[in-house]
Ligand binder design. Structure first.
Ligand code: NI
Length: 441
């Protein structure tokens, strides 16, 4: 997941009548909860081991070997090398039924850890030509450990599961090197959602500024699509003292940047969905008194609705092209879609809400406002209904403002939050299978 500030102060407590707060399958869920609690020491040990040995995207070989060995020990059907380093495990329940997938991402980030933890990473590597540390700075180590725990829990109750659980340990959520395809997009392309065909997918993300014990979710657009755009403005260079001999791409680029700011403020219906257009790079010229012939800028688009996303793409092209034309220049616009909107299927979300309320307790389940960070879980949700949740990983009572953010060198997670993640993943799978409409059984 790629996000910074989490909208903690915008949460709304979900208040539901107590009759809606029952577990969907009380006896099985109670057993799962008990098994999840028993898993805690193992989950923490796996997490620390993975944290100390982080691997960048598409290089998660040690992590994958650990996962594959664990799933084989549990008796699952195991496929390795999925999208290079991914591991897929299939657990067949005691009775026939639908197929539910649970997903964890496995990759770390190129950051030198400063958390001070006894199991902090000392791993170093070279990233895009630069020497740098490697660190689990987004908590994907906890995701792997929680899903390993959920696999162990569910394998112990498999006789009572009417259907199949597919465990997806995914590489490269944080993105692959430029020009390289990977992560969820490649897994889906390779057919991770087929054979057996997946009916629904669930995933969790640990959250460093949300209290331990809390589950947070949003129905519909939860996390933004993320696209990269590049605009090359071609003008005509000249001596800086004689601008009338130029077609100045610097001034034209400045007008385009201001024009782009009107997309969100003037064209997007903000009462429906938020959106972002950010220009992050601007490169022009080499000398103060030379008007260069070209300028290049790049930026990102975030949207919470695929239609708004397409509308923004069209606006960028129109504004850049026409402003350039008005100056006698030309603009070359390239838009590279990166991840789609993380959209929690409203019907699936409503169906699984009782599971969340039972797992965390109704007072600890929050419906949040949308996040403008992106997450490649969205590629699964483009194909099958999915639900992606946040699990609290901040010590109780801490001020979120003092908790180190995701993707920073001091990032930390309170491990006492992991058991809720294990329990939630395992219960979502069991409850989904047990509440499937009769025709699917
Ligand atoms: Ni992440």
């Amino acid at each position: 997941m790629r996000f910074s500030a989490f909208p903690l102060f915008t949460v709304v407590l979900v208040g539901l009548a107590s009759h809606a707060v029952q577990a969907q399958n009380t006896a099985l869920d109670a057993r799962i909860a008990q098994l999840a609690t028993q898993e805690e020491p193992k989950v923490i040990a796996w997490r620390r081991d993975i944290h100390e040995h982080p691997e960048l995207g598409n290089q998660e070989t040690r992590t994958a070997a650990l996962v594959a060995a664990h799933l084989r020990k549990l008796g699952l059907e195991v496929q390795t090398g999925a999208a290079r380093t991914g591991v897929i495990g299939v657990l067949r329940g005691g009775r026939p039924g639908p197929v539910v997938a649970l997903r964890a991402d496995m990759d770390g980030l190129p950051l030198t850890e400063t958390s001070g933890l006894p199991f902090a990473s000392k791993v170093t590597t070279t990233y895009l030509g630069q020497p740098v540390g490697v660190m689990h700075a987004c908590g994907h180590d906890t995701h792997v450990a929680m899903l390993m725990g959920a696999a162990e829990v569910l394998s112990q109750v498999k006789a009572d599961l009417p259907g199949t659980v597919k465990f997806i340990f995914q590489p490269a959520e944080e993105g692959s090197l430029p020009g390289v395809e990977g992560g969820a997009k490649l897994l889906v392309k390779e057919g991770v959602l087929d054979k057996p065909k997946v009916d629904a997918v669930f995933g969790v993300h640990i959250q460093a500024q949300t209290e331990v014990g809390t589950l947070a979710y949003r129905s519909g657009g939860e996390m933004a699509s993320s696209d990269r755009f590049t605009i090359k403005v071609h003008g005509k260079g000249a001596h800086g003292a004689y601008p009338w001999n130029s077609v100045d791409p610097v001034v034209t680029a400045a007008q385009i940047i201001l024009g782009l700011q009107t997309i969100v403020s003037r064209q997007v219906k903000l009462t429906d969905d938020a959106a972002v257009v950010t220009v992050g790079t601007l490169n022009a010229g080499v000398r103060y008194n030379v008007i260069p012939p070209d300028v290049e800028m790049s930026g990102t688009v975030r949207a919470l609705n695929p239609e708004v996303q397409k509308q923004i793409w069209a606006s960028i092209r129109r504004i850049a092209t026409n402003i350039a034309e008005s100056a006698g220049a030309t603009a070359e616009v390239t838009i590279e879609p990166y991840v789609p909107v993380t959209t929690n299927d409203p019907a699936l979300t409503a169906r699984m809400l009782p599971t969340l309320l039972a797992a965390a307790g109704p007072e600890h389940v929050r419906e949040i406002k949308a996040v403008t960070g992106g997450e490649d879980f969205s590629f699964y949700q483009e194909k099958v209904p999915g639900l992606f949740l946040f699990v609290g990983g901040m010590p109780k009572g801490q001020d979120p403002a003092t908790a180190a953010d995701h993707h920073t060198a001091g990032f930390r997670i309170d491990e006492s939050g992991l058991t809720l993640g294990v329990k939630t993943l395992a219960t979502l799978a069991a409850d989904y299978l047990n509440t499937a409409p009769a025709k699917q059984k």
